[in-house]
Design a protein. Structure first.
Length: 313
């Protein structure tokens, strides 16, 4: 498989035929899928380092004169060939020297993995924003999250790690947990603990909930309610998988709509009785997922790129 085509696919610029060709190739053998994952990992790395590389190149080349301007164009063309320029819209990194903070914003349909200054690993889901310091202080490690993040926190009893969201704070010393807290979804908040312990507290009240391994807390009607985690597949999104267990069709389309940032209209009521169980690779795209479902369920769909809408009929 040509790398240029794979990178074009990761950027979301392939046709439906090209997407099918790539997926068929990836599924032919474990070796092909391993290569697919390697190139995807490289692509994510390019996203992380894109802004810094371009800024350094701009500083190195003086664009104020015609000859140097041409050199800059050549440098840009080379970067574009390496698929650095094509990802400028996909990952936004904002640095604030005054506060020693930077933010990572993940575009729809993508994921990003990064390692913080203390060694903590973080995976960010689609349409997520994480703000964090380039260097943590002496007493506390604090980040802000708008979206969904999976954290593997480096243990440090002297420096608690705190994830701040719009309504709640999650405090840990060192553990593995998932946080779902999009600011745009007022009533949607959930923290799931896979290992260790966390303390979830309200920003506006003194109420807090202590979680132990395989427990989660969910906001329901404005109240935090604790329950057990029965299935860990829900958190495999960090591995690029959307895992479904008897999910109603309408709920699935809502998930696709939110993740891929596209409006999905259902005009065929017969599909509403369908329930889906299975796994999708998130990077395969919404149309690939719909084609897979069509093998079990009869429906047609039309995509309108101008209105960013998929209509199921």
């Amino acid at each position: 498989m040509e790398k240029e085509l794979l990178y074009k696919y990761f950027a979301g610029d392939t046709t439906t035929e090209e997407e099918v060709r790539i997926m068929d190739w990836a599924e032919e053998s474990p070796e092909n899928y391993r290569k697919y994952l390697e190139e995807r990992k490289l692509w994510n790395a390019l996203l992380i380092h894109y802004d810094n590389n371009i800024e350094q190149e701009k500083k190195r080349i003086d664009v104020s004169h015609g000859r140097h301007f041409n050199l800059w164009k050549v440098a840009c063309m080379a970067a574009s060939f390496a698929l650095l320029l094509t990802v400028s819209w996909m990952l936004y990194i904002n640095n604030s020297a005054e506060e020693n903070l930077q933010s990572v914003i993940v575009p729809a349909g993508h994921r990003v993995q990064l390692v913080l200054e203390d060694g903590t690993k973080v995976w960010l889901n689609s349409k997520t924003k994480l703000t964090y310091p380039t260097n943590f202080g002496d007493k506390i490690r604090e980040v802000s999250l708008d979206g969904e993040g999976f954290f593997e926190v480096t243990h440090n009893e002297k420096k608690p790690f705190i994830v701040k969201t719009k309504k709640y704070d999650i405090k840990v010393l060192g553990t593995t947990f998932n946080v779902y807290a999009y600011n745009s979804h007022e009533s949607a908040f959930e923290t799931s603990l896979l290992h260790g312990s966390v303390d979830v507290s309200s920003n506006s009240t003194s109420h807090h909930v202590l979680l132990k391994t395989r427990e989660k807390v969910t906001e329901i009607n404005g109240i935090l309610q604790k329950s057990n985690i029965d299935n860990l597949d829900r958190y495999r999104w960090k591995d690029g998988l959307l895992c479904l267990d008897d999910v109603p069709f309408a709920e699935l389309m809502s998930k696709f709509s939110a993740y891929y940032d596209i409006q999905i209209k259902i005009e065929n009521p017969t599909v509403l009785d369908y329930r889906c169980t299975g796994k999708f690779r998130q990077n395969d795209g919404v149309e690939y997922a719909l084609k897979v479902i069509q093998k079990d369920l009869k429906f047609n769909y039309v995509r309108d790129d101008e209105s960013n809408t998929i209509t199921i009929n």
